[in-house]
Structures are given as structure tokens and as C-alpha cells.
Design a protein around this ligand. Structure first.
Ligand SMILES: *Cc1c(COP(=O)(O)O)cnc(C)c1O
Length: 849
């Protein structure tokens, strides 16, 4: 028989233990070891059987145990300490509070997934973990962020394996009442219901669940409520499931419903309405459309004027250089869904236009709605400027207005406690770091090599135990009987070099590259003196059979009794498993097809624990590999045949392992410490630690994007959006006249035919601006090195001064220095200019001589 419905009957908390309830509802416990210790001591056995989930522990703990704890003075003292500590964390002014009034009063951060703890499985991989770390670091820094996402009733999926090594997907039914989230209620105590209009007069309804991440609220919309018809109830069933129709409805709920949820949250809690809206990837693009609709209704702005106002306060982050990874909908579907929405479909559709006229492109929507946009590593910034450059025709890719902020990871979440206690991370006073303050890495050198190595060994041994436990469980789940799984007790060895590889399984990440030469890999695994052991994990998207085949190939390889003690594929990759891998692996392997890894963050988490990266120079590793913090796998960029490229790069991995990694690891001093290895570990901690932090990342977002975006948004809103109206009018006037802008004549004086270095060149340009005034434009002298086909490189552009006007003709002048020898070239170009533009390339128009 199956239950119709399930619920959890919990014991009521005795008076003395009431403070446990708010503690469990603030997810700060997910990165605060002392709070977790406290929950563990509520019932240590339950803590293990509930998978370290404090909500479940409090749901299942017996009334007798609670009564005993209520009389346990030691426990009560700890409870009171931990409660005070949380209150101090929430109350103390943090970094953001020192920024002054230019900083936005609040920021809404939209993402389709959030990975905060395994207890709230609302993520599929890196994008979600990044969003979770963004919220945690924002909380630490005091950034007034509001997270916005969906509550998927089955999360992404939980992964199993068939006997045959094929990925199996399970969709556990999550009951929000058993999760650390609270229903948003209005002043009368009724659940707040958010609505989003659908075609044919239907309406999508949603409740909002609020998770508290330190000081940051995360709003999660849930469509599984009685107000909806069965079809609409399923909208938030699972992350990245379903067809186009389903995905479009999810994204409408996230974007449109998300803005409505933020409005309700702010009104109910007295939180200031956001001045900046940040869309983490394209899924949340419709938030801008809802804000446009709001302004057309509340202030009578036209679509163009409202767009102007909305863009100023919008930040868009793109995360994928893989064209297939970009979210696109059939244009006709968008047309149908937005027909009755309240903004003109003829205005909306051009915002998502792309090369294929039948598609609506969510990345293009994000870029057109966000005055400020960024990629997630320096290399990814370059790649994105190339990839999206056609949206700014006439500009070199260097001028395309997409910047970059390299991702980071939340140290307190991902670093093994033992390493923090050893002093790898310290506060500014040099004490072991306190979680609220800034993290420093400058005491690493003082740690003795022997001590550091001993801790690394403890962490590796803990990983080995976890691998054994999981390998055994997996073997049983794949059909082995108890008597057949004895071998799992002795898989892996706590003293063998341990290499980790764990991530999602899209083809560009090349899960099976290491299997290119199976004999060579086998030899490395089975080397009698200097073996390696390999632990592998990762989920394939349920609709990606190619990915599932890669997993199967890996599982079958690892099933071989000859090597199964040295290699394991662990199903069920999630935050809970990932932690053991980052703590315990000596080497973190990453071999994506360059440059398709936008950033990559798992290697950063390994580095915080003293793991050494062995990686293709892609994403963050391209930026921060320094020759001593790990190894760079040489890439066969430019080799067209993908098979040959794989061969070359796989061979490079075997070589590096054999010649560089293994000797260092196994070459020990008299005390058994591999001193040269430990040097690299220390260097990794000290040099990479400060860079890979999510707090560095969030501070960069605040300073480079949020504060300027708030400035733009405020300026545009002035005088009841008078400035937005003026800007929209200026923009449309400028674009209407741009076709006639012309550089009529350029003359250069000041040097002869053979100029010498150190001399200067006087440029004078005659520019025609019919219908415009000189203040509408910036005329620039652009100069630099010139190639054989007159292409300019390493360009410097300086503004030319307006000198004279005669009707629609204007003269501009500048003096440019000749600072180096060799071929030199220059030109003159005209760009739009207005205080409302974030960059001169923004309107995508330029006229060059
Ligand atoms: C960090 C992390 C990821 C992302 O790793 P990448 O290296 O960016 O692919 C995915 N899943 C989990 C559980 C993680 O902790």
C-alpha cells in the first residue's frame, strides 16, 4: 500500500530548548561548525542516520531525549552560546556598512538554482553552488541581498546506478514542511499567493517559501498549491526538467513571479525595495520585463522609457561559452505566452532576437536588459565578448561591454575544520579565523611541514573511509549481496596519492578523457611503488544519453576486479559528498575542452584545502596557475580533429602524473614528509587562498557592478523618471540620425615623412553631424601598432577636443604621442556620448574614418 500523503509528527520542544527552532531555520549552521556540533549532540546516532540534517533530527528526536536535554545544564549553556553567536553575527556591522550612501539599499539576486546545503537540494551543479556561495558571502559582508529562486518539489534528481552501470534517476518528493524554509504570510497570517498570467486567461499561482541564509533572505516560489489546476501545480516539479513549454512557465514564474515575491517580501518585512536586480544567467531574464510593465503602469512610461529606466539598475552575468548551453525558446511560444501580459509583444520580441529568426534567446535578452554584464573569469570575459560581439556591430571585441568577475567559493563552507584550526586561515589579528571577519592566509608559512602533512593525511583517511562506505552501498544497490561486498572494506589506501575528478557530465568536461589509453591508466593505478587512486563522481542531465554513456563507460572500467581497489565512480554527487572529496584529494583533475569551461570552481575548493590542481588552463586556472601551485595540462588548441586532440591532451596528463606529480608525492624525508609536496601545498594555500574567495568575488560585484548600477538607476528615476524619458528620447533621436554621421576629412601635421620616437602628431578631423550637436558624440583618435593589412592592435583611444562648428560640420583636434618605434597607425572614430551611457559601445553604433 502507498500512503496518500506523508507528514512528520514532531515532539514539541520544551521551553528551555525553544532557541533551537530559530537556530535550525537559519542556514548559517551549514557553514558554522559549532552550531552543527550542537545539533549533533542533540542525538549523535540520529545525526548520522538523518544525514547531518538538523531539521530531520529535530523532527525525529524522541520526547524523552528532549526532556533530558532540557535538564542538561552543559547543553543549555552551549545552546545559549551558539544562539548569542548567531545574534552577534546578524547584528554586527560588516564591510558593506562602511560603503556609505552610494551603495544600493538592497539588491535582488535571481537564479534558477541555489546550492546552499545538501539538505535543500535545489541545484544541479556549479551555477547553483556559486549562487549559494554568493548569498553566504553577501551575508558575511553585510550586503543587503535578497535571493530569488524556485522551490522544486523533487530538486534536480538523486542519482543511482543500475547493475549495468547506467545512471538511474530518482525524484524524491520533498515536503517543504520538512525543509529549513518558512511560508511567507501576510499581516493576517494568510499565505501570500503570487500570480502570473498565462495564455487563454489562465493564471499560475504560487506560494513563497523563505529560507534564511545568515542575514540574507532567499525567496523560493512553489506552484504546488491548491489554487492551481494540476498542470500548473507541476510547474515547479523539478529543476531543468520538461520541454520548452514547461521551461518557459518556470522562467516566467522565476522572473515575473520573482519580482512580485520581492515586492511582497519587502512590503511585509519593511526591507527597502531593491535598487539593483542581478540576473545570474539567462533563466531569470523576464524579471526585467515585469519591471518594465510595472513602470509603464505606475508612471505611464512608454516601453522604451521604462526599458531605459530598468536597464540602468540591471546586472546580467553570463555563465556559458557553449552555444548549446544557452537557453532559447521558440519565438512563437514567447509570443503566445506574453500576448496578454501587459507589455507589447512587438516591443518584447526584439529583446530576445538572434540569428535564427524563429528563436527567442534568453542570453541576448539578459544582455539587452542589463546595462552592465559580465563573464565569470578573465578568459571567459574574452570568449563572451567574441561570442556576443555581434550585438555591438562595428566594435572590436575588446570594446564589447561585457566585463568579467572571476568566481569564488565560500571558505567557511568548503574548508576542512582541521585546516582552519591549524591556522591556514586567520583573522586580521592572526587568530584562527572567526567566520564573520575577513579571511587571511599570511600565517601559512608558520605551520610546520610535519603538522600540515599530518592533517592532510587525516583528511585523506577520512575520504578513504567515506569511499569505502559509498562503494559498499553502491555495490549493494546494484544487486550484490552482503556476502559479495567484503572487498569494499579494503578499497583505497590512506597513504596513496589520491586524485579526484567530480563535476557535471556535459561532453565538454570530458569525464572519460583519462580512459583514452586504458593500459597506461591501469599501469598508473597498479604501480607497485608509486600508485595513484582515483575517485570520480558526477551527474548527467537525465535527457543526455551521451553523458550517461560516459558514466557507464567509467563505471564498467572501475568494475574490473583487478583495479577496483584503486578507482571508484561514486553515484550521488552532491554537496555532502563533495566536501569529503575537496578535503581529502591530493590532486584535483580538470580536463575540459578549452575554452568551454567558463570558470570552474571545484578546483578552488580543493585549493582551499591544500589540494594541488592538475588542470587544463581554462577558466580560473588560466588566470591563476603560477607554475608552483599545481600543474597545467598543455592544450592542443587548434588541433581540429577532436579525437587527436583528446589523444594529445590525455597523453600529457599521464606524462605529468608520471614525471612530476608522483615523484614529488612519494619523495619523503626521514620523517616520512614529502617536503617538496608540502611546499607546493603551502604555496597553494597562501597564493590562491585570498584570490578564490567568494567574499573577494562579492566585493568585486558590489564595487564594479552594484554600486554603479544603483547610481544609474537613481539618476534615471530622478524627477519621477524624467531622466529616463529624456534618455530614451535622446537615444531614439541619436539612432535616427546616426546614419548621416560621417568623418569627412582627417589631416595630420607636426611631423615629417620620417617621424622620430618622442615626437607628436597633431590630428584634426572634420566630422559631419547632421541633426546632432557635438555634445551628442565623442570623437576619438585611436592609434596603435598596425599590421600588414592595416589592422590596428593594442589600440589607445583619446578624445579629440571640439574646436569649431560651421553648420552641421564640426572640427575636432588632438595631439598624439609617438611612443614606440615600428609600424604605427591611427584613425578617427565617432561614438555616442551621454552621461547616461555606461560605456560608449552601449548603443552598438560607431562611425570610423
Ligand atoms: C563546486 C561544485 C560544482 C561545480 O564544480 P565545477 O568545477 O565548477 O564543475 C558542482 N557540484 C558540486 C556539488 C560542487 O560542490
Amino acid at each position: 500500500m502507498r500512503a496518500l500523503r506523508r507528514l512528520t509528527v514532531r515532539a514539541a520542544l520544551p521551553e528551555a530548548l525553544l532557541p533551537l527552532a530559530p537556530l535550525v531555520m537559519n542556514l548559517r549552521w551549514s557553514w558554522h561548525p559549532e552550531t552543527r556540533d550542537l545539533f549533533e549532540s542533540v542525538d549523535p546516532d540520529l545525526w548520522v542516520s538523518c544525514g547531518n540534517d538538523p531539521v530531520r533530527v529535530l523532527g525525529e528526536v524522541s520526547a524523552e531525549r528532549l526532556a533530558a536535554l532540557a535538564g542538561d545544564r552543559k547543553f543549555l549553556r552551549r545552546l545559549s552560546d551558539v544562539t548569542d553567536d548567531l545574534q552577534d553575527y546578524l547584528d554586527a556591522p560588516h564591510w558593506y556598512q562602511s560603503l556609505g550612501p552610494d551603495a544600493p539599499a538592497s539588491i535582488a539576486y535571481f537564479s534558477a538554482e541555489f546550492g546552499i546545503t545538501e539538505v535543500l537540494p535545489q541545484y544541479s551543479g556549479g551555477l547553483g553552488i556559486l549562487a549559494g556561495d554568493h548569498l553566504k558571502a553577501a551575508s558575511d559582508l553585510g550586503v543587503p541581498l535578497i535571493g530569488v529562486g524556485l522551490l522544486y518539489r523533487a530538486g534536480y534528481f538523486s542519482q543511482g546506478l543500475s547493475a549495468d552501470g547506467w545512471q538511474l534517476e530518482h525524484y524524491p518528493a520533498l515536503d517543504p514542511h520538512g525543509l529549513p524554509v518558512k511560508l511567507m504570510r501576510d499581516a493576517e497570517g494568510n499565505a501570500v499567493v503570487i500570480t502570473v498570467p498565462l495564455p487563454e486567461g489562465r493564471t499560475l499561482h504560487a506560494h513563497v517559501w523563505r529560507a534564511q541564509v545568515g542575514r540574507v533572505a532567499l525567496l523560493l516560489l512553489d506552484s504546488d498549491i491548491e489554487e492551481n489546476t494540476p498542470a500548473e501545480r507541476g510547474v515547479t516539479d523539478r529543476l531543468y526538467g520538461g520541454g520548452e513549454d514547461h521551461r518557459l512557465r518556470q522562467e516566467m514564474l522565476l522572473g515575473i513571479g520573482g519580482v512580485r515575491a520581492v515586492r511582497a517580501h519587502c512590503a511585509l518585512t519593511g526591507t527597502p525595495q531593491p535598487e539593483v536586480f542581478h540576473a545570474n544567467e539567462g533563466h531569470a531574464g523576464f524579471q526585467g520585463i515585469e519591471r518594465i510593465r510595472e513602470l509603464t503602469e505606475s508612471h505611464g512610461l512608454s516601453f522604451a522609457e521604462a526599458l531605459q529606466a530598468v536597464r540602468g539598475g540591471t546586472v546580467f552575468t553570463t555563465h556559458t561559452p557553449v552555444p548549446a548551453g544557452i537557453d532559447r525558446f521558440p519565438r512563437a511560444l514567447v509570443e503566445r505566452y506574453f500576448a496578454g501580459f501587459g507589455v507589447g509583444v512587438h516591443d518584447l520580441l526584439p529583446l530576445g532576437a538572434e540569428e535564427d529568426p524563429t528563436k527567442f534567446n534568453m542570453a541576448h535578452l539578459g544582455l539587452r536588459l542589463g546595462q552592465r554584464a559580465n563573464g565569470v573569469s578573465e578568459l571567459h570575459g574574452h570568449v563572451s565578448r567574441d561570442m556576443f560581439g555581434h550585438l555591438w556591430p562595428g566594435f572590436d571585441s575588446d570594446d564589447v561591454p561585457i566585463s568579467s568577475i572571476t568566481n569564488g567559493v565560500h571558505a567557511a563552507t568548503w574548508t576542512a575544520r582541521e585546516l582552519v584550526e591549524l591556522g591556514t586561515q586567520t583573522s586580521s589579528q592572526g587568530d584562527p579565523v572567526d567566520v564573520a571577519g575577513p579571511v587571511r592566509f599570511d600565517q601559512v608559512d608558520r605551520i610546520g611541514a610535519g603538522e600540515l602533512w599530518a592533517t592532510r593525511r587525516v583528511l585523506r583517511a577520512r575520504l578513504v573511509d567515506e569511499v569505502r562506505r559509498r562503494v559498499r552501498e553502491t555495490a549493494l544497490s546494484r544487486g550484490a549481496s552482503e556476502v559479495e561486498v567484503g572487498w569494499t572494506d579494503s578499497v583505497f589506501d590512506p597513504d596513496v596519492l589520491t586524485v579526484g575528478f567530480a563535476r557535471r557530465v556535459p561532453s565538454y568536461k570530458r569525464l572519460t578523457l583519462m580512459l583514452k589509453d586504458p593500459a597506461r591508466l591501469k599501469a598508473l593505478l597498479l604501480d607497485p611503488e608509486r600508485p595513484i587512486q582515483l575517485v570520480i563522481a558526477g551527474k548527467s542531465h537525465p535527457a543526455d544519453d551521451g553523458g550517461k554513456q560516459l558514466i557507464q563507460q567509467m563505471v564498467k572500467f572501475a568494475d574490473d576486479p583487478e583495479i577496483r581497489h584503486r578507482i571508484a565512480f561514486l553515484p550521488g554527487y552532491d554537496i555532502g559528498m563533495a566536501r569529503y572529496l575537496y578535503w581529502g584529494c591530493d590532486v584535483w583533475l580538470n580536463n575540459p575542452l578549452r575554452p568551454l569551461e567558463a570558470c570552474g570552481t571545484s578546483g578552488m575548493k580543493s585549493a582551499l584545502n591544500g589540494g594541488l590542481n592538475l588542470s587544463i588552463k581554462d577558466g580560473w586556472w588560466d588566470e591563476w596557475f603560477d607554475g608552483q601551485n599545481g600543474w597545467a595540462i598543455p592544450t592542443a588548441d587548434g588541433v581540429e580533429d577532436p579525437d587527436r586532440r583528446d589523444d594529445v591532451e590525455a597523453a600529457a596528463i599521464y606524462e605529468l602524473l608520471d614525471r612530476q606529480v608522483l615523484p614529488r608525492f612519494y619523495e619523503t624525508d626521514r620523517d616520512g614528509v614529502p617536503t617538496r609536496w608540502v611546499e607546493m601545498v603551502k604555496h597553494t594555500l597562501a597564493a590562491l587562498g585570498p584570490k578564490v574567495l567568494a567574499s573577494r568575488m562579492v566585493a568585486d560585484y558590489v564595487q564594479q557592478l552594484y554600486v554603479p548600477a544603483a547610481g544609474s538607476a537613481r539618476a534615471l528615476a530622478e524627477g519621477g523618471y524624467r531622466v529616463a524619458r529624456e534618455q530614451a528620447a535622446w537615444r531614439s533621436h541619436l539612432l535616427a540620425n546616426w546614419g548621416s554621421v560621417r568623418v569627412a576629412h582627417v589631416e595630420a601635421t607636426g611631423v615629417g615623412d620620417t617621424p622620430e620616437i618622442g615626437s607628436t602628431l597633431d590630428l584634426r578631423a572634420e566630422v559631419e553631424l547632421p541633426g546632432l550637436v557635438p555634445g551628442d558624440v565623442e570623437v576619438q583618435a585611436a592609434y596603435g601598432r598596425v599590421d600588414d593589412t592595416d589592422g590596428l592592435h593594442e589600440v589607445t583611444a583619446v578624445p579629440m577636443a571640439h574646436e569649431a562648428t560651421e553648420g552641421s560640420r564640426h572640427w575636432f583636434a588632438a595631439t598624439i604621442p609617438l611612443e614606440r618605434t615600428g609600424a604605427f597607425g591611427y584613425t578617427v572614430r565617432v561614438l555616442p556620448s551621454s552621461p547616461g551611457l555606461a560605456t560608449p559601445a552601449e548603443l552598438g553604433v560607431v562611425t570610423t574614418a
